[in-house]
Design a protein around this ligand. Structure first.
Ligand code: PLP
Length: 395
């Protein structure tokens, strides 16, 4: 016991205050249920397309097994700059304005470390991806949640943002299409946020990892393409979701040379560079045919159409049709006091794994998140179990 206390006291405050993921308890409980259906994962269930896997194998055989520049190989940065021009109409200099790192997650951390001094405030979406808050905390800055409410189609409320901004606010983070809501900011929303950022002299970190996973007639646009915004925006993206490459760990940022230089120096201290093999695979992904991406999105759309409609048949479940990403964010406030309790009940009684909305921020309470990045047969089996559970529930 004495030994345990001594070891614990070695942990510094910074590490001590990093919370366990809000979903750890659920995962632990779920791991004991052998036939559970897992709808909690935030990643495509498909294999990385074959031409990308082949490019990685060739890169290994050709000896691409060494450190690269901390910003990433020039070949990769060129492929990224070309993608940003082709798809987003954004001009970046591959030599100075692009940096690659291990997934959007690392890129976001580097972005926060590059921009946020201790004590300054960073506006983050609530509900929003659960890592934003601890990543801001690690810099010593203060995350301040802005709400994305269901009654507002999970879009930002500019009047609220005006109330939240202070002379300490330095950065606003955007994530559209959003995890966990599946909402997409309209181009008018982006224009308002651009005006807001310029008026209050804020930097914008735009997390665009779900950019390609959109449905119906929805269009996405990077806020960096609005007048006066390129100079104050860090565009963050990754190969993870678009090309089913979560395990390869490859993300990137495009922004001013000054910020890229800061992020690259930080990256050099922390990780030296992104995996050389993953960088070669990313070049193939970005330069190659985009047909696999289109096929994957069509598959997600079919699953969304089936799953969201079926969820809405369950008494007490209300789910807006998500416009992007691969999450159904279901309002369950009619039938449950807390989202965590309901998630645990569904896990125990229906053997389906979901995530409590509260894990994504206080405004996520009253909701639970299902990922439909799962096979159609698993989604159908999950629905059967959910219907049976709901039928047997007293209210
Ligand atoms: N941003 C959002 C909104 C996410 O949902 C995720 C992963 O779930 C990430 C960033 C991290 O992506 P990556 O796997 O590229 O680090």
């Amino acid at each position: 016991m004495a030994e345990l206390i001594q070891v614990r006291s070695m942990i510094c405050d910074r590490a001590r205050t990093i919370p366990y993921s809000g979903i750890r308890k659920i995962f632990e409980r779920a791991s004991a249920i052998t036939d559970a259906i897992h709808l909690e994962a935030g990643e495509p269930d498909m294999l990385t397309p074959a031409y990308i896997r082949e490019a990685a194998k060739s890169a290994i055989d050709a000896g691409a097994t060494h450190y690269t520049s901390s910003a990433g190989t020039l070949e990769l940065r060129t492929a990224i700059a070309k993608k940003l021009k082709r798809e987003n109409n954004l001009d970046y200099d591959s030599n100075k304005e692009v940096v690659a790192a291990a997934g959007a997650n690392t890129v976001l951390s580097l972005a926060f470390l590059a921009l946020a001094d201790a004590g300054c405030e960073v506006l983050v979406p609530d509900p929003g991806w659960a890592n934003y808050e601890p990543e801001v905390n690690l810099t010593g800055a203060v995350p301040v949640g802005y709400s994305l409410l269901e009654q507002n189609e999970f879009r930002p409320d500019m009047a609220e943002l005006e109330k939240l901004v202070t002379d300490k606010t330095k950065v606003i983070l955007l994530n559209s299409p959003s995890n966990p809501t599946g909402g997409v900011f309209s181009s008018e929303d982006l224009r308002h946020i651009a005006d807001f950022a310029i008026e209050h002299d804020l930097a914008v970190i735009s997390d665009e990892v779900y950019e390609k996973i959109i449905y119906d007639d929805v269009e996405t646009q990077s806020i960096a393409s609005f007048p006066g915004m390129k100079e104050r925006t860090i565009v963050v993206n990754a190969l993870s979701k678009t090309y089913a490459m979560t395990g390869w760990r490859l993300g990137y940022a495009a922004t001013t040379s000054e910020i890229v230089s800061a992020m690259t120096r930080l990256h050099s201290c922390i990780a030296s560079c992104a995996s050389s093999v993953s960088q070669a695979a990313a070049v193939a992904a970005l330069n190659g045919p985009q047909t696999d991406v289109a096929a994957m999105v069509a598959e997600f759309k079919a699953r969304r159409d089936y799953f969201v409609e079926a969820l809405n048949q369950i008494p007490g479940f209300h789910c807006r049709k998500p416009l992007g990403a691969f999450y159904a964010f279901v309002n369950v406030s009619e039938i449950s006091e807390t989202s965590e309790e309901l998630v645990l009940e569904i896990l125990d009684k229906a053997r389906v794994v979901s995530v409590p909305g509260a894990a994504f921020g206080a405004h996520g309470e009253g909701h639970i998140r299902f990922s439909y990045a799962a096979s159609m047969s698993n989604l159908k089996e999950a629905m059967k179990r959910l219907e049976a559970w709901r039928h047997n529930r007293s209210k």
